[in-house]
Write a protein that binds this ligand. Structure first.
Ligand code: ATP
Length: 366
């Protein structure tokens, strides 16, 4: 069955002088999905979102929403709304009037307006709060008003520019789940930009990892985590240990890397087409997640590496051990059931891992 595509961008480019902020970006977002654009500060996320909203124009490339070319369509005529980090609610207007604003501008008749406001407030869990002023609401409630104000207009796309950035950590965690639930309940396509990988992983159906104006990888959160296509994705999404060396040998998809101290380790060669595949003798890097490392108990076929314990870091649910291995600082996550006791600081331990769980990439040019 064909999937409806709400947003299709083809080869979008936006330059500022000699700097290319958005560089040949193409993407397709299926209707009703939660799509995040994740990347560090300055990678071009806001520039891309502004192109989608129509606040800025691409130098080249096309923006299609439900098959209609949008390049020359003014922002207020696009089926798009945007939620900003600073929610921009009118402080002297009640919740109801804030939500009514866009409907009035669209000349929606009073009775229908009232009905839609009551309905959307119910949907976002704010029934009965219509007459309150924004200052009489909690941070989370203000968030929901900002969303309701956009969702009541039934946009095809809702663009969200780091809307949780101004909230404290606990509220941000709650709002992640709420936003995802609201997106599902409304069935509206969300395009969410963030530099926070945990927000992107928790909420999204698909995530584009952006760097220097380009997408390194577009995939589900699980695939980004398990099958990162580039060293940048491997280190930006989740925690990862990184061991550098030279590619020594290759056997099918397994690759052996000789570390600087002469020892060799193995992992699965990343061969995604997004990053050059290393040849024998090339500089290479092996990435392994802290939870994929086992202390002490190597099974047949596992890779091993001796390491020195620097510290044990207890942070509630998880304990991590910081070790030095082959001159690099690495982290090992201890099992939550306490089956592996935390090793002594300064002691020597063996790290073991299943080669299939490690990824080997050509080293990035520095
Ligand atoms: P952040 O997470 O910090 O908001 P971002 O990923 O959203 O960053 P952008 O704001 O899109 O990044 O900026 C991308 C690059 O384009 C930056 O180098 C920025 O300085 C540059 N840039 C953005 N807008 C303009 C502009 N109007 N004029 C000149 N350069 C700009």
């Amino acid at each position: 069955m064909a999937v409806d595509i709400d947003l299709h961008c083809q080869d979008l480019v936006r330059r500022f002088g000699s700097h290319t902020a958005v560089n040949q970006v193409s993407l397709e977002i299926p209707a009703g999905s939660f799509f995040s654009i994740l990347g560090p500060s300055g990678c071009g996320k806001t520039t891309l979102l502004r192109l989608l909203a129509g606040f800025d124009r691409p130098d080249s490339g096309d923006i299609m929403i439900r098959g209609q070319r949008m390049n020359d369509v003014a922002p207020n005529h696009r089926p798009v709304n945007m939620v900003f980090q600073h929610l921009a609610l009118f402080p002297t207007m009640s919740v109801g009037d804030n939500i009514a604003y866009g409907l009035k501008r669209r000349k929606v008749p009073t009775a229908e307006r009232q009905r839609r406001i009551a309905e959307v407030l119910e949907q976002v869990g704010l029934a009965g709060m219509e007459t309150r002023l924004p200052q009489q609401l909690s941070g989370g409630q203000r968030q929901r008003v900002a969303l309701a104000r956009c969702l009541v207009l039934k946009p095809t796309l809702l663009l969200l520019d780091e809307p949780l950035g101004a909230l404290d950590l606990k509220l941000r965690d709650q709002m992640k789940v709420e936003l995802k639930n609201l997106q599902k309940a409304f069935g509206t396509t969300f395009v969410y930009i963030t530099h926070d990988q945990s927000e992107a992983l928790v909420m999204s159906d698909r995530v584009a990892v952006m760097r220097d104006g380009r997408f390194d990888q577009v995939a589900s959160p699980e695939a980004l985590y398990r099958e990162p296509a580039t060293p940048f994705v491997a280190s930006f999404v989740g925690d990862n240990n990184r061991l550098g060396g030279k590619l020594l040998a290759r056997d099918g998809e397994l690759a052996q890397v000789a570390l600087a101290d002469g020892r060799s380790v193995s992992g699965r060669l990343a061969d995604s087409g997004h990053h050059p595949t290393p040849k024998i003798g090339d500089r290479a890097e092996l990435f392994i997640r802290p939870e994929s490392l086992v202390l002490g108990a190597a099974e047949p076929g596992h890779c091993t590496l001796t390491a020195r314990v620097r510290a044990t870091l207890f942070d509630g649910a998880n304990s991590r051990v910081e070790v030095e291995a082959a001159g690099e600082r690495c982290y090992v996550r201890l099992p939550q059931d306490g089956s592996v006791p935390a090793p002594q600081e300064g002691s020597s331990v063996t790290l073991a891992w299943e080669p299939q769980l490690a990824r080997v990439f050509a080293a990035e040019a520095s």
